[in-house]
Design a protein around this ligand. Structure first.
Ligand code: AMP
Length: 126
């Protein structure tokens, strides 16, 4: 198990298992650096997750430790997926949770891409 910025990376988290092919996912895009698949519990008409192919818990870990080609490949994949999903014209939202205050559930860096309807305010005011 590798340790990233004090937070252990759990090799058995669900997205690591998806990357190893142990759990099925509805893949929409894959390249050497990233995998994109539909969220199992969609919160918008389009809700896709994009994950890097590497053991990173958060954006901070990824930005600090990932090789440059992985950082580039991942972010190119995020943009390519948004375009491939046909979201550019009407717009979309990208969100990445990290840690307790954000309610990050899966400790493998992922960005959510939401679209397909007006998405409302950026954050709950509750
Ligand atoms: P977060 O709260 O940012 O960690 O989001 C984790 C997301 O992963 C949630 O939106 C879940 O619905 C989604 N999720 C959990 N397990 C799976 C799975 N096996 N396949 C696809 N999405 C998943």
């Amino acid at each position: 198990m590798s340790v990233k910025n004090g937070a252990p990376y759990d090799d058995n988290n669900i997205f690591a298992r998806i990357l190893r092919g142990e759990i099925a996912a509805k893949t929409v895009f894959e390249n050497d650096h990233a995998l994109a698949f539909h969220d199992i519990n969609p919160q918008a008409p389009v809700h896709v997750l994009v994950i890097p192919k590497g053991p990173y818990v958060s954006m901070a870990d990824f930005a600090a430790d990932a090789p440059a080609e992985l950082v580039t490949g991942f972010f190119r994949a995020v943009g390519q997926v948004a375009r491939q999903l046909g979201l550019e014209e009407d717009g979309y939202r990208i969100l990445a949770n990290a840690g307790m205050n954000s309610h990050q559930e899966v400790p493998h860096l992922h960005v959510h891409i939401f679209g397909g309807k007006p998405l409302g305010p950026m954050l709950s005011r509750a």
